[in-house]
Design a protein around this ligand. Structure first.
Ligand SMILES: Cc1cc2nc3c(=O)[nH]c(=O)nc-3n(C[C@H](O)[C@H](O)[C@H](O)COP(=O)(O)OP(=O)(O)OC[C@H]3O[C@@H](n4cnc5c(N)ncnc54)[C@H](O)[C@@H]3O)c2cc1C
Length: 410
């Protein structure tokens, strides 16, 4: 069957948090577009499911009712009031945000299964401005004269989308990145992670703290327990790929053995049951600056390697890049210009917001594993850091729940 090509000015490939945010913010700017995803929603994504302050901020900017509805006791987002660091000796340091007056219902963090969260986001698509095609996989992207021709496999059919601009929001294995740049993995700036859902992990803090443990036997790696409520937790393990490959580590085996044999974790998992398999995926980190825009293209989220190198979180940074992308795209559509010049400040605006993270990561890379253990054991527990946490989170909450975010286009 001969199907007519679909013509559009903007095509977003991928409807995870980064693509979904791009679509939602484009619709708020009244910009028509097509968004496609290979999957049928709701769909799972291997992730720790943790929502940092950037993610909370973006959810509020999308629609305040998301947190209002989903933080309720039967909602799909678990409120978290801080985090617990477990040092290599097994000592807990807890950072619990004590809400000031007026902030009692504004948690700084959350945990939500991606199966649910990503579906909440796609339900916010505005049909007036967006066409969403599910089970539609981009299998070929090519430049023909001044347009993009995107060949899409949709169940048994093949369709072509012709577009002035493409937004690569198609995650770590991005076909858009492969078309416009190079996807060579630099292991110093890439991590591997595994995740498994567990029921009945003991010792979860009453304020649902997100927990990160730094195991003594595997320096410079981290094990997490992120509470999902109702006795469920997302449990996982991550490590920088350069360290894993240098030591010939098998991440999956380390994760399974830590749960079984690590003295700090054993008691926590003594009565817990795993409710699915151990699943793994890659984390492209923002610590290596890459080109995220060019003539007729933008990359957002994992496709742009936007995961925080210090925390491994990419849902919030991904949505943030989508938010910024929408502002640049709106101007491009208004001027009907999609050349490189139009997007030249996109990279600056994106990386400006990652600077502190990248600096902290680079600093930590100067530390030997022994020094890092010493810092964890002796410096992090200081009360000064807990006070700093209380102040900084308080300031961020204002941005997350109240303030408008400005993007400088020029
Ligand atoms: C083990 C692990 C733990 C993590 N933990 C956390 C955490 O706790 N908190 C956090 O914030 N981040 C975490 N991350 C990072 C986070 O998962 C990613 O940063 C986030 O998913 C990025 O969102 P995205 O929309 O850019 O990409 P994705 O979520 O990967 O979405 C990409 C979408 O594109 C679609 N797609 C791909 N190719 C095509 C194609 N050719 N055509 C059409 N559609 C396509 C896919 O179906 C998918 O829906 C973790 C990652 C890993 C691997």
């Amino acid at each position: 069957m001969n199907i007519q090509p679909l013509n559009t000015k903007i095509c977003i490939i991928g409807a995870g948090p980064s693509g979904a945010a791009t679509s939602i913010f484009l619709s708020k700017e009244k910009v028509e577009h097509i968004i496609i995803d290979a999957a049928q929603y709701p769909r799972d994504k291997i992730c720790g499911d943790g929502l940092d302050l950037k993610a909370i901020t973006m959810l509020n900017h999308i629609d305040k009712s998301i947190l209002e509805n989903e933080l309720k006791s039967n909602g799909k987002i678990q409120a978290c009031w801080g985090f617990r660091l477990i040092n290599p000796k097994g000592k807990y340091t807890e950072f619990v945000y004590k809400p000031t007056s007026g902030n009692e219902k504004k948690p700084p963090y959350g945990v939500s299964r991606r199966y649910s969260l990503d579906n909440i986001l796609i339900e916010k698509f505005d049909k007036k401005y967006s066409i969403f095609l599910q089970e539609s996989k981009a299998i070929k992207v090519e430049r023909v004269e001044n347009k993009w021709h995107i060949l899409v496999q949709q169940k048994g059919l093949q369709i072509t989308i012709i577009s002035d601009l493409i937004v690569g929001a198609d995650g770590d294995h991005s076909i858009v990145l492969k078309t416009v740049g190079e996807r060579k993995i630099n292991r110093e700036h890439y991590a591997g992670g595994v995740r498994q859902y567990w029921q009945g992990v003991e010792g979860i803090h009453e304020k649902n703290l997100m927990e990160v443990y730094y195991p003594k036997s595997f320096p410079m790696s981290y094990f997490w327990i992120f509470p999902l409520g109702g006795g469920m937790a997302n449990v996982g393990y991550g490590i920088l790929s350069s360290i894993a490959s240098k030591n010939n580590y098998n991440i999956r085996e380390i994760f399974i053995n830590l749960i079984k044999e690590d003295p700090i974790l054993q008691s926590r998992f003594a009565n817990a049951i795993a409710i699915d398999n151990v699943n793994g995926w890659g984390l492209p980190l923002a610590s290596l600056r890459r080109k995220c825009s060019g003539k007729g293209w933008l990359l957002v989220g994992d496709a742009a390697s936007m995961i925080s190198p210090t925390t491994g979180e990419g849902v919030g940074t991904g949505m943030q890049t989508g938010f910024i992308a929408a502002k640049f795209i709106k101007r491009a559509v208004e001027q009907n210009k999609f050349d490189e010049e139009m997007f030249k400040n996109f990279d600056r605006e994106v990386y400006r917001r990652m600077e502190d993270d990248i600096k902290l990561f680079n600093l930590s890379m100067w530390f030997s594993p022994k020094m890092m253990g010493w810092v964890m054991n002796n410096i992090v527990p200081f009360n000064y850091f807990k006070k700093l946490f209380q102040t900084k989170v308080g300031q961020w909450l204002d941005t997350a729940y109240n303030k408008e975010i400005r993007v400088k286009l020029d």
